[in-house]
Write a protein that binds this ligand. Sequence first.
Ligand SMILES: [Ca+2]
Length: 346
Amino acid sequence: MKSALTRRLHPIVTILTLAFALTAVGNSVAQVADAQTRQPLPEGAQGLAARYPGDAGIEKDPHVFFVERFDAGTPKDLKSRWETVVDVDGMAFVEDAPAGAADRQSLKIRHVGGQGTGSQLYRRLPPGHNQVFARFYVKFDAECAPIHHFGTHLGGFNPSTPWPQGGAGIRPDGAKRFTTGVEPFGEDWSWDFYSYWQGMRMHGDGNYWGTPFLAGGSRPPVKKDEWICVEMMVRINDPVSETNGEQAFWIDGKLWRRDGQVVSHAGPGFPRGHWAGGWWNPDAQASTAFEGIQWRSSDALTINYLWTYVYITKAKPGHVSEVWFDNIVVADQYIGPLAAVPSEGS
Ligand SMILES: [Ca+2]
C-alpha cells in the first residue's frame, strides 16, 4: 500500500520539482507566478469607511491609527496632533467638506505667489505596521497654480524625526529613508506616484528625481473645483533582503487601469511594463514586469510618517492658490471613500 502510494506520488513530485526548477530559471517567472496568486486589492465601498458613515467613529476601529477631520478649534490647534506645522498663517478651517462627511468643516491652505511655498502638516505614525493605507480628500481651486510637490506622503526615516527630512534628487540609503506620495503631475494635472527608494532608477540628467509609475500613457485626471478621494497603500518589503514591497493608489475608490491591467498597484511581478531611465512605463504587452520594491535594507527602517502638504514654486507674484483637505484616515486595511450618513427618514 505504502509503496503503491509512493509510486503514485513519484511522478507528481517529479513534476513539482521540474516546476520549481523552471521557476528558478528566472526571477521574472517566479514573480509573475507570485503575482497571479495574490488577492486583488479591494476597491469602492469594500473598506473600513463603509462601516462608519460620514467617518463618524472610524477612529475607534482597531485597524485605524490616525484620523484628522479639521472639525474643531483653529489651525493652531493642529500642533497638538501634528509634530510639524508649517505656515499656519496660510491655513484656515472653513465650511466646506466632502459629500457625506459627518462634519462640514475642512482645512483650506491658501498660497500667494511670491510669499513662501505653501503649508505643511507632518507627524510620525505608531510603529509596527508593515502595510499602511492613507486616505484623504482634497480639492484644488480652478485657479490653483501648478503644484511642485504634494502630500499626503507616506514613508520612513531612520532615525525617525518630528520633521520631514530632505533628499530631493538623491537615491536614498536603504537603511535610512524612503518616501512616496500620490501627486498631481506638474502642469498636466493628473495623478501619479512620486517615489524615492534605494532601488529607484536614475533620470536622464544624472539625478534621482522621484519615480513616476504611470509614464507612457493615461493617468487619472485631477479634477479641479471638486472633492477628490485619494487613497494610497505602502507594503514594506519583508524580509529586508527581498524586493517584495508594494504600493498602490486609488482615486475615488478606483485603481487605475490601462488595457485591462491595473497599473496603480506595483509590486513583485506586476504590472507588466518596462523602465525608461527613471520612469516606470506600464505596458500590458511588455515581455517584462515590475520587479517589486525593496523599500529598505534594514529592519530599523519602517513606515513611520505621514506628511500632508502643498508645495508651490511657480505661481506668479500675488497669484492666489487654494487647496482644501479633509477626512484623513490612516489604517492597516483598505479604507475606501466616505459612506454617506443616512438622511433623516431613510
Ligand atoms: Ca471635516
